[in-house]
Design a protein around this ligand. Sequence first.
Ligand SMILES: [Zn+2]
Length: 355
Amino acid sequence: MPLCVSCRGEYQVPTRAGQETAEQPFLCTRCGQNNQRWHEWETARFGTHFGRFFFRGIPWGLLALGSFLLPVVALAAADAITPVASVRIGIPLAILLNFVNIALLYALKDSLWRYDVLSQVKRGGFRPPLYAWAVTFFVLALVFGLALVFMIEARAGDTEARPTEGLVRVLTTVMLALTFVNVTLSAMFMAAHDYGRWLDREMPQPIYAQESRLLRVIEDGVRDRIGQATGRAEQGVAVTIVDIERTRDGGVDLVVSAEIDADGNGSLKKLQYWKITADRWGRLRKMSPEGPPQYIEVPAQDTAGAQRSGESGDGGHIVVTDEETEKSEPLWERTFKTSSETTVAIDSSSRYWME
Ligand SMILES: [Zn+2]
Protein backbone atom coordinates (compact mmCIF):
# COMPACT_ATOMS: atom_id res chain seq x y z
CA MET A 1 0.00 0.00 0.00
CA PRO A 2 1.29 3.45 -0.83
CA LEU A 3 1.82 5.84 2.06
CA CYS A 4 -0.03 9.10 2.60
CA VAL A 5 2.14 12.16 1.95
CA SER A 6 0.69 13.84 4.98
CA CYS A 7 0.54 11.28 7.81
CA ARG A 8 2.29 8.09 6.55
CA GLY A 9 -1.03 6.26 6.80
CA GLU A 10 -2.20 4.12 3.91
CA TYR A 11 -4.38 4.96 0.94
CA GLN A 12 -5.88 2.83 -1.81
CA VAL A 13 -5.26 3.23 -5.50
CA PRO A 14 -7.54 2.11 -8.34
CA THR A 15 -6.42 -1.38 -9.33
CA ARG A 16 -6.51 -0.62 -13.05
CA ALA A 17 -6.17 2.56 -15.06
CA GLY A 18 -9.44 4.47 -14.94
CA GLN A 19 -11.00 2.02 -12.51
CA GLU A 20 -12.29 3.97 -9.54
CA THR A 21 -13.91 1.08 -7.72
CA ALA A 22 -11.58 1.16 -4.75
CA GLU A 23 -13.55 2.85 -1.99
CA GLN A 24 -12.50 6.46 -2.20
CA PRO A 25 -9.22 5.98 -4.06
CA PHE A 26 -6.27 8.13 -2.99
CA LEU A 27 -8.07 9.12 0.20
CA CYS A 28 -6.01 8.44 3.32
CA THR A 29 -7.93 6.24 5.75
CA ARG A 30 -6.23 7.89 8.68
CA CYS A 31 -6.17 11.65 8.09
CA GLY A 32 -8.53 12.03 5.15
CA GLN A 33 -5.93 13.59 2.85
CA ASN A 34 -6.48 13.23 -0.89
CA ASN A 35 -3.22 11.81 -2.26
CA GLN A 36 -4.02 11.86 -5.98
CA ARG A 37 -1.58 14.66 -6.86
CA TRP A 38 1.13 13.10 -4.69
CA HIS A 39 0.55 9.67 -6.20
CA GLU A 40 0.92 11.06 -9.72
CA TRP A 41 4.17 12.74 -8.73
CA GLU A 42 5.52 9.69 -6.88
CA THR A 43 4.89 7.39 -9.81
CA ALA A 44 6.26 9.85 -12.39
CA ARG A 45 9.31 8.75 -14.38
CA PHE A 46 12.86 9.22 -13.13
CA GLY A 47 13.52 11.89 -15.79
CA THR A 48 10.58 14.00 -14.53
CA HIS A 49 11.95 13.94 -10.97
CA PHE A 50 15.51 14.56 -12.10
CA GLY A 51 14.43 17.43 -14.35
CA ARG A 52 12.33 19.03 -11.60
CA PHE A 53 15.14 18.86 -9.06
CA PHE A 54 18.09 19.93 -11.20
CA PHE A 55 16.74 22.03 -14.05
CA ARG A 56 13.61 23.83 -12.89
CA GLY A 57 13.12 26.89 -10.71
CA ILE A 58 16.20 28.69 -9.44
CA PRO A 59 19.19 26.88 -11.07
CA TRP A 60 20.84 25.65 -7.88
CA GLY A 61 20.65 22.08 -9.16
CA LEU A 62 22.37 23.09 -12.36
CA LEU A 63 25.09 24.72 -10.30
CA ALA A 64 25.46 21.54 -8.23
CA LEU A 65 25.85 19.40 -11.36
CA GLY A 66 28.31 21.92 -12.78
CA SER A 67 30.36 21.94 -9.60
CA PHE A 68 30.76 18.16 -9.85
CA LEU A 69 33.74 18.66 -12.15
CA LEU A 70 34.89 21.93 -10.57
CA PRO A 71 37.90 20.20 -8.90
CA VAL A 72 39.42 19.73 -12.38
CA VAL A 73 39.98 23.52 -12.37
CA ALA A 74 42.61 22.97 -9.68
CA LEU A 75 44.74 21.10 -12.24
CA ALA A 76 45.41 24.44 -13.94
CA ALA A 77 47.19 25.57 -10.77
CA ALA A 78 48.71 22.16 -9.98
CA ASP A 79 52.30 23.50 -9.97
CA ALA A 80 51.47 26.09 -7.32
CA ILE A 81 49.36 23.75 -5.18
CA THR A 82 51.61 20.65 -5.22
CA PRO A 83 54.17 21.93 -2.66
CA VAL A 84 51.32 22.50 -0.17
CA ALA A 85 48.82 19.67 -0.92
CA SER A 86 48.68 16.60 -3.12
CA VAL A 87 46.71 17.44 -6.26
CA ARG A 88 47.04 13.84 -7.42
CA ILE A 89 45.05 12.61 -4.41
CA GLY A 90 42.96 15.70 -3.58
CA ILE A 91 41.25 16.09 -6.97
CA PRO A 92 40.05 12.48 -7.47
CA LEU A 93 38.96 12.47 -3.81
CA ALA A 94 36.90 15.65 -4.39
CA ILE A 95 35.26 14.20 -7.53
CA LEU A 96 34.42 10.95 -5.75
CA LEU A 97 32.92 12.77 -2.73
CA ASN A 98 30.96 15.08 -5.04
CA PHE A 99 29.48 12.10 -6.83
CA VAL A 100 28.47 10.52 -3.52
CA ASN A 101 26.91 13.68 -2.10
CA ILE A 102 24.94 14.51 -5.26
CA ALA A 103 23.60 10.93 -5.51
CA LEU A 104 22.82 10.71 -1.79
CA LEU A 105 21.16 14.11 -1.37
CA TYR A 106 19.14 13.61 -4.55
CA ALA A 107 17.89 10.23 -3.25
CA LEU A 108 16.95 11.90 0.05
CA LYS A 109 15.21 14.91 -1.51
CA ASP A 110 11.75 14.10 -0.09
CA SER A 111 13.18 13.41 3.35
CA LEU A 112 15.05 16.72 3.18
CA TRP A 113 11.76 18.46 2.44
CA ARG A 114 10.15 16.85 5.50
CA TYR A 115 13.18 17.80 7.56
CA ASP A 116 12.88 21.40 6.34
CA VAL A 117 9.18 21.56 7.22
CA LEU A 118 9.93 20.04 10.63
CA SER A 119 12.63 22.64 11.28
CA GLN A 120 9.89 25.29 11.00
CA VAL A 121 7.47 23.72 13.49
CA LYS A 122 9.84 22.25 16.05
CA ARG A 123 10.60 24.14 19.21
CA GLY A 124 14.10 24.22 20.75
CA GLY A 125 16.90 21.82 19.89
CA PHE A 126 19.30 21.99 16.96
CA ARG A 127 17.70 21.57 13.56
CA PRO A 128 18.76 24.32 11.16
CA PRO A 129 16.75 24.74 7.95
CA LEU A 130 18.29 23.64 4.63
CA TYR A 131 19.30 27.14 3.54
CA ALA A 132 21.29 27.51 6.80
CA TRP A 133 23.21 24.32 5.94
CA ALA A 134 23.84 25.70 2.44
CA VAL A 135 25.30 28.93 3.85
CA THR A 136 27.41 26.98 6.35
CA PHE A 137 28.93 24.75 3.67
CA PHE A 138 29.64 27.73 1.45
CA VAL A 139 31.43 29.54 4.28
CA LEU A 140 33.47 26.37 4.97
CA ALA A 141 34.43 26.19 1.29
CA LEU A 142 35.65 29.78 1.50
CA VAL A 143 37.59 29.15 4.73
CA PHE A 144 39.35 26.02 3.38
CA GLY A 145 40.04 27.63 0.00
CA LEU A 146 41.42 30.83 1.51
CA ALA A 147 43.57 28.89 4.00
CA LEU A 148 45.18 26.99 1.10
CA VAL A 149 45.66 30.17 -0.94
CA PHE A 150 47.38 31.87 2.02
CA MET A 151 49.69 28.86 2.49
CA ILE A 152 50.57 28.89 -1.21
CA GLU A 153 51.10 32.66 -1.06
CA ALA A 154 53.40 32.34 1.94
CA ARG A 155 55.68 29.97 0.01
CA ALA A 156 55.65 31.91 -3.22
CA GLY A 157 58.70 34.03 -2.46
CA ASP A 158 60.55 31.36 -0.48
CA THR A 159 62.77 29.28 -2.79
CA GLU A 160 64.11 27.26 0.17
CA ALA A 161 60.65 25.99 1.25
CA ARG A 162 60.22 22.22 1.02
CA PRO A 163 56.92 20.50 0.20
CA THR A 164 54.68 19.79 3.19
CA GLU A 165 55.03 16.31 4.73
CA GLY A 166 53.24 13.83 6.93
CA LEU A 167 50.10 14.86 8.80
CA VAL A 168 50.21 18.44 7.55
CA ARG A 169 50.17 17.23 3.94
CA VAL A 170 47.26 14.88 4.67
CA LEU A 171 45.30 17.75 6.23
CA THR A 172 46.02 20.20 3.41
CA THR A 173 45.06 17.56 0.82
CA VAL A 174 41.75 16.94 2.61
CA MET A 175 41.20 20.70 2.78
CA LEU A 176 41.80 20.93 -0.97
CA ALA A 177 39.15 18.24 -1.60
CA LEU A 178 36.67 19.75 0.90
CA THR A 179 36.94 23.19 -0.69
CA PHE A 180 35.25 21.79 -3.81
CA VAL A 181 32.99 19.32 -1.99
CA ASN A 182 31.55 22.10 0.20
CA VAL A 183 30.67 24.18 -2.87
CA THR A 184 28.71 21.21 -4.29
CA LEU A 185 27.09 20.49 -0.90
CA SER A 186 26.03 24.12 -0.61
CA ALA A 187 24.46 24.10 -4.10
CA MET A 188 22.74 20.74 -3.40
CA PHE A 189 21.20 22.00 -0.15
CA MET A 190 19.92 25.11 -1.94
CA ALA A 191 18.50 22.91 -4.71
CA ALA A 192 16.79 20.75 -2.05
CA HIS A 193 15.44 23.92 -0.39
CA ASP A 194 14.05 25.13 -3.71
CA TYR A 195 12.52 21.71 -4.41
CA GLY A 196 10.94 21.76 -0.93
CA ARG A 197 9.33 25.15 -1.61
CA TRP A 198 7.88 23.70 -4.81
CA LEU A 199 6.45 20.72 -2.89
CA ASP A 200 5.01 23.14 -0.31
CA ARG A 201 3.12 24.90 -3.08
CA GLU A 202 2.03 21.77 -4.96
CA MET A 203 1.52 19.03 -2.37
CA PRO A 204 -0.14 18.66 1.02
CA GLN A 205 2.31 19.36 3.82
CA PRO A 206 3.26 16.71 6.39
CA ILE A 207 0.71 16.47 9.16
CA TYR A 208 3.03 17.86 11.84
CA ALA A 209 2.80 21.21 10.06
CA GLN A 210 -1.02 21.13 10.22
CA GLU A 211 -1.83 21.22 13.89
CA SER A 212 -5.62 20.87 13.74
CA ARG A 213 -5.37 17.83 11.48
CA LEU A 214 -2.64 16.31 13.67
CA LEU A 215 -4.83 16.72 16.76
CA ARG A 216 -7.80 15.16 14.98
CA VAL A 217 -5.73 12.07 14.08
CA ILE A 218 -4.49 11.78 17.66
CA GLU A 219 -8.03 12.18 19.00
CA ASP A 220 -9.24 9.40 16.70
CA GLY A 221 -6.37 7.18 17.88
CA VAL A 222 -7.22 7.82 21.54
CA ARG A 223 -10.92 7.15 20.91
CA ASP A 224 -10.11 3.83 19.20
CA ARG A 225 -7.65 2.79 21.88
CA ILE A 226 -10.04 3.50 24.78
CA GLY A 227 -12.99 2.04 22.88
CA GLN A 228 -11.11 -1.22 22.31
CA ALA A 229 -9.74 -1.38 25.87
CA THR A 230 -13.13 -0.80 27.50
CA GLY A 231 -15.28 -2.62 24.94
CA ARG A 232 -17.29 0.61 24.45
CA ALA A 233 -16.18 1.32 20.90
CA GLU A 234 -19.71 1.01 19.59
CA GLN A 235 -21.32 3.27 22.18
CA GLY A 236 -18.65 5.85 21.47
CA VAL A 237 -16.00 7.56 23.54
CA ALA A 238 -16.18 11.33 23.92
CA VAL A 239 -12.66 12.74 23.84
CA THR A 240 -11.87 16.36 24.64
CA ILE A 241 -8.41 17.89 24.43
CA VAL A 242 -7.60 19.79 27.59
CA ASP A 243 -3.96 20.80 27.11
CA ILE A 244 -1.36 20.50 24.35
CA GLU A 245 2.34 21.15 24.02
CA ARG A 246 4.54 20.48 20.98
CA THR A 247 7.60 18.37 21.72
CA ARG A 248 11.14 18.92 20.49
CA ASP A 249 10.81 16.29 17.77
CA GLY A 250 7.61 17.82 16.37
CA GLY A 251 5.23 15.49 18.24
CA VAL A 252 2.69 16.50 20.87
CA ASP A 253 2.30 16.02 24.62
CA LEU A 254 -1.33 16.38 25.55
CA VAL A 255 -3.89 15.87 28.27
CA VAL A 256 -7.33 14.72 27.21
CA SER A 257 -10.50 13.83 29.04
CA ALA A 258 -12.30 10.72 27.84
CA GLU A 259 -15.86 9.98 28.81
CA ILE A 260 -17.55 6.61 28.37
CA ASP A 261 -20.86 5.11 29.28
CA ALA A 262 -19.90 3.14 32.41
CA ASP A 263 -22.98 0.95 32.95
CA GLY A 264 -24.16 0.37 29.42
CA ASN A 265 -27.54 2.11 29.82
CA GLY A 266 -26.48 5.73 29.87
CA SER A 267 -27.17 6.45 33.54
CA LEU A 268 -23.55 6.48 34.70
CA LYS A 269 -20.62 8.15 32.94
CA LYS A 270 -16.98 7.42 33.65
CA LEU A 271 -14.66 10.34 33.10
CA GLN A 272 -10.91 9.79 32.99
CA TYR A 273 -8.07 12.18 32.20
CA TRP A 274 -5.18 10.81 30.13
CA LYS A 275 -1.66 12.03 29.59
CA ILE A 276 -0.58 11.23 26.06
CA THR A 277 2.59 11.48 24.03
CA ALA A 278 2.22 11.24 20.27
CA ASP A 279 4.97 11.44 17.66
CA ARG A 280 4.95 13.90 14.79
CA TRP A 281 2.88 11.57 12.59
CA GLY A 282 0.17 11.45 15.26
CA ARG A 283 1.01 7.89 16.37
CA LEU A 284 0.39 7.29 20.08
CA ARG A 285 3.68 6.59 21.84
CA LYS A 286 2.56 6.70 25.46
CA MET A 287 -0.77 6.92 27.15
CA SER A 288 -1.25 6.90 30.91
CA PRO A 289 -4.24 7.73 33.13
CA GLU A 290 -4.00 11.01 35.02
CA GLY A 291 -5.66 10.81 38.47
CA PRO A 292 -8.55 8.56 39.48
CA PRO A 293 -11.61 8.18 37.25
CA GLN A 294 -14.69 10.23 38.11
CA TYR A 295 -18.12 8.61 38.01
CA ILE A 296 -20.97 10.89 37.17
CA GLU A 297 -24.59 9.91 37.51
CA VAL A 298 -26.93 10.91 34.74
CA PRO A 299 -30.50 11.19 36.10
CA ALA A 300 -33.02 9.42 33.92
CA GLN A 301 -34.98 12.62 33.29
CA ASP A 302 -31.95 14.45 31.89
CA THR A 303 -30.88 11.45 29.87
CA ALA A 304 -34.25 11.60 28.21
CA GLY A 305 -33.84 15.35 27.70
CA ALA A 306 -30.48 14.81 26.09
CA GLN A 307 -31.97 12.23 23.80
CA ARG A 308 -34.86 14.51 22.90
CA SER A 309 -32.50 17.33 22.03
CA GLY A 310 -30.59 15.01 19.76
CA GLU A 311 -27.34 15.49 21.67
CA SER A 312 -26.72 11.90 22.64
CA GLY A 313 -24.88 10.90 19.49
CA ASP A 314 -21.52 10.92 21.23
CA GLY A 315 -22.72 9.06 24.30
CA GLY A 316 -24.79 11.76 26.00
CA HIS A 317 -23.84 14.70 28.19
CA ILE A 318 -22.45 14.67 31.65
CA VAL A 319 -25.31 15.83 33.78
CA VAL A 320 -25.47 16.39 37.50
CA THR A 321 -28.57 17.69 39.18
CA ASP A 322 -28.55 21.24 40.43
CA GLU A 323 -31.57 22.36 42.37
CA GLU A 324 -31.12 25.99 41.40
CA THR A 325 -31.08 25.31 37.71
CA GLU A 326 -34.38 25.94 36.09
CA LYS A 327 -35.56 22.76 34.39
CA SER A 328 -37.09 24.67 31.53
CA GLU A 329 -33.71 26.06 30.53
CA PRO A 330 -32.30 24.31 27.41
CA LEU A 331 -29.94 21.52 28.38
CA TRP A 332 -27.04 22.74 26.28
CA GLU A 333 -26.94 26.12 28.00
CA ARG A 334 -26.84 24.87 31.56
CA THR A 335 -23.97 24.86 34.01
CA PHE A 336 -23.73 22.13 36.63
CA LYS A 337 -21.75 21.47 39.75
CA THR A 338 -20.36 17.95 40.05
CA SER A 339 -19.61 16.15 43.31
CA SER A 340 -15.89 16.83 42.77
CA GLU A 341 -16.52 20.59 42.64
CA THR A 342 -15.87 20.71 38.94
CA THR A 343 -18.09 23.11 37.06
CA VAL A 344 -19.39 21.67 33.87
CA ALA A 345 -20.71 23.98 31.19
CA ILE A 346 -22.49 22.31 28.36
CA ASP A 347 -23.03 23.68 24.91
CA SER A 348 -24.22 21.92 21.82
CA SER A 349 -20.80 20.87 20.52
CA SER A 350 -18.32 20.63 23.35
CA ARG A 351 -17.72 20.73 27.09
CA TYR A 352 -15.53 23.07 29.10
CA TRP A 353 -14.10 22.08 32.43
CA MET A 354 -13.26 24.67 35.00
CA GLU A 355 -11.97 24.10 38.50
ZN1 LIG B 1 -2.94 10.51 5.85
